[in-house]
Design a protein around this ligand. Structure first.
Ligand SMILES: Nc1ncnc2c1ncn2[C@@H]1O[C@H](COP(=O)(O)OP(=O)(O)OP(=O)(O)O)[C@@H](O)[C@H]1O
Length: 455
């Protein structure tokens, strides 16, 4: 769509973005000397009466609710070609999704944002409206004299359109939508929004949305040190059974506020996202955990990734592992039976939780490594199938290390698992490794292998 000069009295400055159903423009109200955001329904939808009706309905709700925590609609009109548009408050600081991408938020900041989002949704619930598409990209941010405030936007318009246009597919955004939303025509109530609030809370705190329901990993597993009440609240909001969720946005928000106001709110340093921190901060965090991590040092490996060097002196094996996994160390950890059958003896385990390393329900993230002397091959290393399905097998050559990697991109739902048997040309020893990580990143597996050294 080419840039129009103006919508009515509003002079267009630039396009802010497009969604599935509309384009949003930044414009200037020259009369009042104020910037506004103008959302114009896309041409292909604009001539369907039911969709026009929904568009205006969204504008009406936002006009009527007129809340500090919701995007305000100042005006609506129709262009000469029939496309309706609404004139909204301009959110000049992007969205919560942009904010999360920039790095981990201090817990206090995450809870403040969550409280404000919850207040916005409470206003909608009091108005008898279900948002239906709460996610970080639909929560906008605006500068205010006291800092920054949240503006909840986009009232589930996409969902409304799907219903209005008779699509049978379920709509919403995976990761944020409640299980009942994935049933086309499923009956929804305010507790669907409570589920999404739980998902947004999960992402604000851990940096990533929860897995598909049922969600089994509490946020405190990814960001240790969270108040237990917060873990419990988020998991209850994410319950598959909506009877187990907080009754509405207000109940949820009141509980977040109480946790935030409690004396001695912990920092709950975000281990999982530490690699996103600025470098200086990484150094100081590493220094403060050096006692726990014994003789380890921090180094930067892949762009943006903080690695901790670990050594297993029994085998002269050293390798770098992501610092956020290096919480517990076990030397002498038994190899998986199939690997043991192929000659792998006990090795080094570095993980977020050594006891849960092999748990199918709630696995820990980390790296297991051992050395098999006198061997060039470990054909059975992938056996024993920790993930109950066939792995993807690939050959690896890092320049230093050669061998085979077996990947299970989705291992029991909540993590990815890889095992590898690699050797250096000329060495009569094989290094056997396992990596369990939250997301499937084969590049990370390869990088860990690449950092290995023997001798
Ligand atoms: N009031 C606003 N102020 C500033 N930017 C806005 C405003 N409203 C929307 N935007 C931005 O405009 C873009 C398009 O928004 P829109 O709501 O149409 O779609 P979306 O939410 O990105 O996608 P979809 O509707 O398909 O889920 C987004 O990048 C959004 O952040």
């Amino acid at each position: 769509m080419s840039q129009p000069e103006a919508f009515g009295r509003y002079r267009v400055i630039r396009r802010l973005g497009s969604g599935s159903f509309a384009t949003v423009w930044l414009a200037q109200d020259d009369l009042l000397n104020y910037p506004v955001a103008i959302k114009v329904l896309a041409e292909n939808w604009a001539h369907q009466m039911d969709i026009q009706h929904r568009f205006l309905e969204e504008a009406r709700i936002l006009r009527q609710t007129d809340s500090t925590w919701l995007v305000a609609v100042h005006d609506v009109d129709v262009l000469p070609d029939g496309r309706p548009y609404m004139v909204m408050t301009y959110a000049d600081q992007g969205s919560v999704s942009d904010l999360i991408r920039r790095g981990p938020l201090p817990l206090e900041e995450a809870l403040r944002l969550l409280t404000e989002i919850g207040q916005g949704i409470t206003v909608l619930h009091n108005h008898g409206t279900i948002h239906r598409d709460i996610k970080p990209s639909n929560v906008l941010l605006q500068s205010s004299p006291v800092g920054q405030r949240v503006l909840v936007a986009d009232l589930g318009f996409a969902k409304a359109i799907d219903e209005a246009s008779g699509f049978t597919a379920a709509a919403g955004t995976p990761g944020y939508m409640s299980p009942e939303q994935s049933i086309p025509g499923g009956d929804l109530d305010v507790r669907s929004d409570v589920y999404s609030l739980g998902a947004v809370a999960y992402e604000l705190i851990t940096g990533k949305p929860p897995s598909r329901p049922p969600v089994r990993i509490p946020p405190g597993r990814i960001r240790p040190g969270l108040p237990k009440e917060l873990d419990d609240l988020i998991l209850s909001a994410l319950s598959v059974d909506r009877e187990s969720r907080p009754a509405d946005a207000k109940t949820f928000t009141d509980r977040v506020r109480a946790i935030r106001m409690a004396p001695n709110l912990p920092q709950a340093e975000p281990w999982w996202q530490r690699y996103r921190m600025p470098w200086q901060r990484v150094v100081s965090v590493m220094a403060s955990t050096a006692v726990v991590l014994a003789t380890l040092t921090a180094s930067l490996g892949a762009p943006g990734l903080t690695l901790t060097t670990v050594g297993y002196t029994a085998h002269g094996l050293h390798l770098d592992v992501p610092s956020m996994w290096a919480r517990e160390f076990h030397t002498g950890q038994e190899a998986r039976p199939a690997a043991a059958d192929a000659g792998a003896g006990p090795g080094l385990l570095v993980a977020t939780d050594a006891e849960e390393w092999d748990s199918a329900v709630d696995p820990a993230y980390g790296v297991y490594a051992t050395v098999v002397p006198g061997s060039h091959d470990l054909p059975a290393a992938s056996g024993g199938d920790p993930c109950h399905e066939r792995p993807e097998q690939r050959e690896l050559d890092t320049g230093d290390w050669e061998g085979t990697v077996w990947d299970w991109p989705e291992c029991n739902g909540d993590s990815s698992f890889s095992s590898a048997a690699v050797h250096r040309p000329g060495d009569l020893a094989t290094v056997y490794l396992e990596v369990r990580q939250p997301d499937y990143r084969p590049d990370l597996v390869d990088e860990i292998i690449d950092t290995a050294s023997l001798g």
